[in-house]
Write a protein that binds this ligand. Structure first.
Ligand code: FAD
Length: 309
């Protein structure tokens, strides 16, 4: 494809600009995107699509991709939760209504062992401030804090960039002066994978009802080698929450790796909900009286979840 053809496709297919890019490390970034259209209203926790053309360059060191010539001019789109850096400046929460951009927290998937070659993140990580891309005009999703009542406790458990919507929800609760206790735990491999860690430290100093647990699985020292499930069964989560995990007054949010979440699958013949192996958080909490949302039956419980794949 010629440079002129690429320029024409970008003009035709892109509707947004990268206005800020914070590369936490080569495989993790906070990206702010300003759409050409008025930024749609959205609820904390929702997501939208980002897209780039197959003609764009990919960063080095990723699984090789072979494209058919007819696919070269196509756009590849994926869903991304809207994140929040929470603070405008130290001590002052953002006024997101004033922001003309949307913030995303994205990890580079270098290799996909599930089959298809990662198509979008190797291209997103080649972006620079000022570059253009496509952003979906609809911001959607049910993973929001609308059901949380004043004074209820909120627990947000994520893996990796599954922290993104939790940051938006934490921002939303704190700016509304939520009085219940809020605990966020995020499980990553290494300390450097906690891209918003300093923000959470500041929040804990400012808001006595907010606690953040950064859990690292491959780097003992910062915490211990621990997974989200261990953190619940050991009692560490309740200790951080400063209260028992009481289904009557606690909402739990789960986001990221489906294995951590562990959504049960209903057996079509028996109607029995079977929990997957290894044990996920939904199984642990449902055995303690919590109830996960169920999109099929439209049941709204007190465990809300967003699977990233
Ligand atoms: C509702 C929703 C919101 C999402 N929000 C985010 C977000 O805020 N930040 C984000 O980084 N990703 C998010 N994702 C995942 C995102 O849509 C893409 O799947 C991901 O960026 C990989 O895209 P890709 O084209 O490079 O690879 P794909 O070809 O899409 O490869 C998908 C594979 O990559 C792996 N993978 C996908 N996402 C992740 C991840 N976050 N961490 C580790 N491994 C992953 C899994 O093995 C998955 O099978 C979200 C997904 C959904 C459904």
């Amino acid at each position: 494809m010629t440079t002129d053809e690429m320029a024409d496709l970008r003009k035709l297919r892109y509707n947004s600009t990268v206005v800020h890019l914070d590369q936490v490390h080569p495989d993790l970034m906070v990206l702010r995107v300003k759409p050409d259209f008025p930024r749609p209203a959205y609820l904390a926790g929702q997501y939208c699509a980002l897209g780039l053309g197959n003609w764009e360059a990919r960063v080095e060191g990723c699984q090789a991709e072979t494209l058919k010539p007819e696919d070269l001019s196509k756009l590849v789109r994926r869903s991304y939760s809207i994140s929040s850096s929470i603070y405008q400046q130290p001590g002052h929460l953002r006024d997101m209504a004033q922001d003309d951009f949307v913030e995303f927290y994205i990890v580079l998937v270098r290799e996909n062992f599930d089959g298809r070659v990662p198509a979008l993140t190797p291209r997103l990580f080649a972006l620079k401030p000022g570059d253009r891309l496509s952003m979906g005009e609809k911001i959607v999703g049910h993973f929001t804090s609308e059901l949380v009542k004043p004074g209820e406790n909120v627990v947000l458990l994520g893996t990796g960039t599954g922290e993104a919507p939790h940051n938006a929800i934490v921002w939303d609760l704190l700016r509304k002066g939520h009085t219940g206790n809020i605990v966020q735990a995020c499980c990553v491999r290494l300390r450097k994978d906690l891209g918003y860690f300093d923000t959470h430290r500041q929040l804990m100093e400012q808001f006595p009802n907010y606690k953040y647990l950064g859990l690292t699985t491959r780097e003992p020292g910062m915490t211990r080698k621990v997974y989200i499930q261990d953190c619940i069964t050991s009692g560490e989560l309740e200790e951080a929450l400063g209260a028992p995990l009481d289904p009557a007054k606690t909402h739990v949010y789960l986001c990221g790796n489906p294995k951590m979440i562990g959504v049960p699958v209903k057996d079509k013949q028996t109607g029995v909900r079977n929990y997957p192996e290894p044990t996920g958080v939904i199984e642990i909490l449902e055995k303690r009286g919590f109830q996960a949302d169920n999109a099929a039956t439209k049941l709204k419980g007190n465990i809300h979840f967003e699977e990233y794949w």
